[in-house]
Design a protein around this ligand. Structure first.
Ligand code: SF4
Length: 233
């Protein structure tokens, strides 16, 4: 079922206000980013890593798992597997046990070993820095590629749309779309390219602290004046 997003013809028109123009929405998006940037001046990737390979592995492990849990598992993993070749030749049974606590460990083991084998075969063991090459790796989708490009290579190629970003951008009326790809496209049109990586970090932090999934804490939210879904005036 299509998720309703508060926006141009929903919340605004119900309240008798004129519909928001694209230019007004863009300006509102920038104000939202400015407010969240003041609230979270140190917003950054929450997955511990020292290089693109470590971030790629950590991001694959983070599917259906908290970043905190992944950060508990990765120090030992990164100490043992120091390059793509080490992952590519890992014993799957041993690797499964090493990452078991992150959940879905069989699929994640397949993805990480397969990804590393492809790195060795196609990229001389190095993580490529292009969207096209990253999404061609086994187990790597656009979201993972965006995480790596934005945080390990400093490239704003797209916007990470996870469940927090998906939920909050709908509540904020920044998109009416329901698939990550289309939400990402809407956000890319609203947010300056230089902030594409940042905006995900900000929305994720906001989703953990204030706009929580079960019951958004609108009464404590700095975005309230900018949010058509605010439960309190
Ligand atoms: S006002 Fe409420 S719904 Fe809107 S962003 Fe803030 S917490 Fe979320």
């Amino acid at each position: 079922m299509r998720r309703r997003a508060a926006g141009r013809s929903t919340a605004a028109s119900r309240r008798g206000r004129p519909a928001e123009t694209p230019a007004e929405r863009k300006a509102r998006a920038r104000r939202i980013i400015a407010r969240l940037s003041r609230e979270f001046p140190d917003a950054a990737c929450a997955l511990d890593h020292r290089n693109p390979l470590e971030l790629l592995v950590a991001t694959i492990l983070s599917a259906q798992c908290t970043d905190a849990r992944v950060n508990q598992v990765t120090p030992a993993l990164f100490a043992k597997y120091r390059n793509a070749d080490a992952y590519a030749t890992a014993d799957p049974g041993v690797f499964e046990r090493e990452i078991q606590s992150t959940g879905f460990f069989r699929n994640k083991t397949k993805s990480i070993i397969g990804m590393a084998q492809a790195l060795v075969e196609r990229h001389a063991g190095r993580v490529p820095d292009s969207m096209e090459a990253l999404v061609a790796l086994p187990g790597v989708g656009r979201k993972t590629a965006n995480v790596v490009l934005g945080n390990a290579f400093g490239k704003n190629d797209g916007i990470v749309v996870d469940t927090h970003v998906q939920r909050i951008t709908a509540l904020l009326g920044l998109t009416r779309e329901s698939t990550p790809e289309k939400i990402e496209r809407d956000l890319m049109a609203l947010v300056p390219r230089s902030q594409w990586t940042l905006v995900s970090h900000l929305l994720i932090l906001h989703g953990r602290k204030t706009c929580v999934a079960r019951r958004p804490r609108c009464e404590h939210c700095r975005l309230r004046p900018l949010c058509p879904s605010a439960r309190v005036p």
